[in-house]
Design a protein around this ligand. Sequence first.
Ligand code: HEC
Ligand code: HEC
Ligand code: HEC
Length: 130
Amino acid sequence: MQATIHITKLRLLPVAMLLLVGSAAVRAEFGDIVLNNVSEQQGMRPVIFQHWFHRIRFQCRVCHNELKFEMRVGATQVTMDQISQGRFCGACHNGEIAWTVENCDLCHTGKPGLTTKIQGGHETKGPGIW
Ligand code: HEC
Ligand code: HEC
Ligand code: HEC
């Protein structure tokens, strides 16, 4: 139930986050994860997942235990159907904890041609350092 506690805390932050959403990356920056196992094949831009942005807000185990994301980029088979059903990213991007999956353009922001990888390497230099 730790997850619930952390998720509730986030409700205090929406104003600060809105400012950040305005500058959502259109290309991967250092420490971002590019997910493109299936997106571009299916006519969507690659997904840019700001790992650091999420890591400083949630405990690792929310995603890597409870939501079953592997700790290896590209290893988790994620489909849009599963997300829409509330799994993986959809556990939070459901209009309650974060904006909904209808905002295609907030996740599928990668430049065409980017491959699945972590941008720049495995160490981040930001506040989410671990
Ligand atoms: C444990 C909850 C949780 C999960 C799981 C999650 N997100 Fe998020 N995400 C958030 C919250 C909270 C925000 C901030 C929302 C806001 O500003 O209103 C956010 C913001 C974002 C942003 C905007 C970041 C920015 O710089 O403004 C993107 C893009 C994003 N998420 C993509 C994803 C993708 C892709 C996945 C799955 C690989 C995912 N998220 C999984 C909670 C989550
Ligand atoms: C909001 C969800 C979320 C949170 C919180 C989160 N991660 Fe991740 N992490 C992911 C996703 C998604 C991937 C990519 C998985 C894939 O492609 O299969 C990933 C990948 C990774 C990887 C492989 C890439 C790399 O950097 O080498 C490691 C290691 C990792 N996470 C560690 C952590 C640690 C440590 C924490 C806590 C400080 C954490 N993660 C918190 C979602 C999250
Ligand atoms: C919260 C983030 C997020 C949002 C919002 C989102 N997607 Fe996705 N989508 C993903 C992720 C993660 C994948 C798997 C990435 C990969 O490895 O290619 C994916 C994969 C896909 C795929 C590949 C085929 C499949 O069935 O999995 C399609 C098509 C797709 N999304 C369409 C959409 C459309 C259309 C919308 C808006 C209605 C949307 N997505 C919104 C994160 C998101």
